[in-house]
Design a protein around this ligand. Sequence first.
Ligand SMILES: C[S@@+](CC[C@H](N)C(=O)[O-])C[C@H]1O[C@@H](n2cnc3c(N)ncnc32)[C@H](O)[C@@H]1O
Length: 197
Amino acid sequence: MKRLLDQVADHPSFWDFARRIVEANHRTQKAAIKRELDGVDGPVLDAPCGTGIFSPLIPAVHYTGIDVSDVYVSHARKKHPDRRFAVMDALATSFADDAFAAVLVVGFLHHLDEPDVARSLKEIRRVLRPGGRFVLVEDCPTRGRWNVPGRILQGLDAGGRIRPTEWYRRALSVDFEVLHDYPLRAGLWDYSVFVLG
Ligand SMILES: C[S@@+](CC[C@H](N)C(=O)[O-])C[C@H]1O[C@@H](n2cnc3c(N)ncnc32)[C@H](O)[C@@H]1O
């Protein structure tokens, strides 16, 4: 089953389709991202952007998406030709200090071990301008008692390091002020949303 999921993930169109089903068309994530980035008037970094599914939520003129996967980035470029995408390591980007008014991170940190989470947060802090906004939507352990399919799918997740909200509050508070956080359910999948300054 895990091999099958990995193979699906290698094909951007299949991957997007499977995620749309599991995550109820990303309706709740999109609403949260829109709400939390509301009022940001400047460049926004989406890191990593995957296939660019959340890029339409950000005005094209302000949007930059990066991902380490060239397959995902070329898919994103085809689907959203008006937006800027680049193949880049989110832990060591080539952007200048204070380059962005906001950074959006969705479903990434559970792919990293603890030292790389710390590196990634330091890199976000470096590229985020003072007073900027950091919105993190991160996978968290399945909350619903009866959400058995969600639990099984999380067990197969490629990241494999899904951590509780409390863990993130501590890790994030080293480099950021946690302005607020809340649980978010997207279909079978559970997230926590953190808004940081
Ligand atoms: C679960 S996907 C989330 C992508 C996107 N935020 C979304 O929600 O669709 C995780 C992504 O992290 C990317 N990734 C993993 N390690 C990375 C790194 N060091 N730098 C940039 N992207 C990375 C993978 O290629 C994959 O697209």
